[in-house]
Ligand binder design. Structure first.
Ligand code: ZN
Length: 261
């Protein structure tokens, strides 16, 4: 994986599917050169010659401190539903890539194109020391150069069964390089309860990919309120992937914002 200013583009994590790969393949490393355990695990990423940024500044994830109210964050998403979707196991996580190209997140009126979403079990970020069951990264890239990304992050807490997730859970590919079709439409707004996003409380900070090459080019927008899945649904997610949470990185300024509807 080359690390150049262009590479600083990147995605919030390892991910990947053909549609996204057309623009982002050069920015990521989905290889088996790294892992989450043993001699290629997170403690050694920075020592690997191809991943120097993993030992550099503004690394993610971090613990999110109690925040004081800051200026409102201006964020909105337009994520159309899509059909003929699939979910892919790349050996590091499971990835869902839109089959439409019109998904958009606007941060401070700057448009970022929806690229993919993937899952970390358990959550990577902690909130005042509390670690949620899982964390979803919805990755959006600044076009055309893809030099910056916004990771819209949603925590998962355990609770009631969430029927909106049934189709996705049923499609989970348990084996590396396995891809399964998702029945019905994929609607991120309902899947992640994004309908009131502009008025939500969000943590915001400038971080990095949480996977090699750890490019310091990701703005995290982390929703304070989790979505809820049942224990059985969370266990299904967990069994589809390795424990893929990078350890917490040295802290950096994080602010808590409220949206500006
Ligand atoms: Zn991620």
């Amino acid at each position: 994986m080359r690390i150049t200013p262009i590479v600083a583009a990147a995605m919030a994590c390892a991910a990947g599917l053909p549609a996204a790969a057309q623009v982002t393949a050069a920015f990521e490393d989905e290889s088996n050169a790294w892992s989450y355990a043993g001699p290629t695990g997170p403690a050694f990423w920075a020592q690997m010659p191809q991943y120097p940024a993993c030992g550099g500044p503004r690394q993610s994830p971090v613990n999110l401190p109690r925040g004081s109210l800051q200026a409102p964050v201006n964020v909105a998403v337009t994520y159309p539903a899509w059909s003929n979707g699939s979910i892919y196991n790349n050996g590091h996580t499971v990835v869902v890539t839109p089959t439409v190209t019109t998904g958009m997140l606007r941060l401070d009126n700057v448009p970022f194109a929806l690229t993919e979403l993937h899952v970390h079990v358990p959550a990577e970020h902690t909130v005042q020391g509390h670690r949620y069951e899982a964390e979803i990264h919805v990755v959006n890239h600044l076009r055309p150069n893809n030099q910056l990304a916004v990771a819209l992050t949603t925590f998962i807490a355990a609770g009631e069964h969430n029927p909106g997730w049934d189709a996705l859970i049923a499609a989970l590919p348990g084996h590396e390089e396995q891809r399964n079709p998702i029945s019905g439409a994929v609607n991120l707004v309902s899947l992640l309860s994004l309908g009131n996003l502009p008025a939500e409380w969000l943590y915001r900070y400038e971080g990095s990919l949480t996977t090699p090459p750890c490019s310091p080019a990701v703005t995290f927008l982390i929703r304070q309120a989790p979505i809820v899945l049942s224990r059985e649904q969370i266990d299904a997610l967990s069994s589809a992937m390795v424990r893929n949470a990078r350890p917490l990185q040295p802290g950096q300024p994080v602010q808590l914002h409220r949206g500006s509807p």
